[in-house]
Design a protein around this ligand. Structure first.
Ligand code: SAM
Ligand code: ZN
Length: 180
């Protein structure tokens, strides 16, 4: 397979194929050093460009090197990733023409730092996080908002538990929902 790294409109550089690739073909391995989650956090704390892939065991991370680690993310990918016996491969999920950039859906999770997507696809979801992770984050935000609202409402209650009719504005709240 003839893969080349060159500038990409998505981000910095990406991986392109100079020959057509058939749907289902194994394209390239996501190779690299196996490290722990803790080591990955230590190495990449505060760094937005990473080459990490978390294995299914939930404990091991590949710190990628080589071509496989240089594929950019797209919300409308032409490749997908699969773990087979502890090794990670990228497969073509449709026929890919010569000259196309190879991209896969990172489906990021387990982090809260923003990860805006610039893939340019018509159906771009605006983030490299997975839909499931985004839904989880929205539920978390909603719970936080509800907690804040009930803390605000609680400020208007007297000792009998009945609400007062005070027209004072509620005390300002900090992020944990407690009044300062
Ligand atoms: C594995 S690298 C991909 C190669 C990278 N373009 C480079 O030049 O090193 C992953 C990083 O590329 C960037 N990236 C990849 N796809 C992106 C996208 N669709 N939108 C924004 N940034 C992207 C992010 O910084 C991400 O952490
Ligand atoms: Zn996108």
């Amino acid at each position: 397979m003839s893969l080349v790294v060159r500038p990409s409109p998505i981000h910095s550089v990406g991986v392109y194929t100079s020959k057509p690739i058939r749907k289902g073909a194994r394209v390239v391995e996501y190779a690299g050093e196996r490290i722990t989650l803790e080591e990955a956090d230590r190495r990449y704390d505060g760094i937005s460009r990473t080459y990490l892939y978390g294995l299914d065991d939930g404990k091991t991370v590949i710190d990628g090197h080589g071509l496989g680690a240089y594929l950019n993310h797209s919300c409308d990918p032409n490749c997908e990733v699969d773990e087979i016996k502890g090794r990670v491969w990228l497969f073509a999920i449709r026929d890919i023409a010569a000259g196309e950039e190879l991209v896969w859906d990172y489906n990021l999770y387990d982090d809260e730092d923003p990860a805006p997507c610039h893939c340019g696809a018509r159906k771009c979801r605006g983030t490299m996080y997975s839909r499931e992770w985004m839904a989880k984050m929205r539920r978390k935000e909603a719970r936080k908002k509800k907690k804040l609202e009930s803390a605000v409402a609680g400020n208007g209650r007297n000792e009998t538990g009945k609400g007062t009719t005070s027209s004072r504005a509620p005390a300002p709240l900090n992020e944990a929902g407690f009044s300062r």
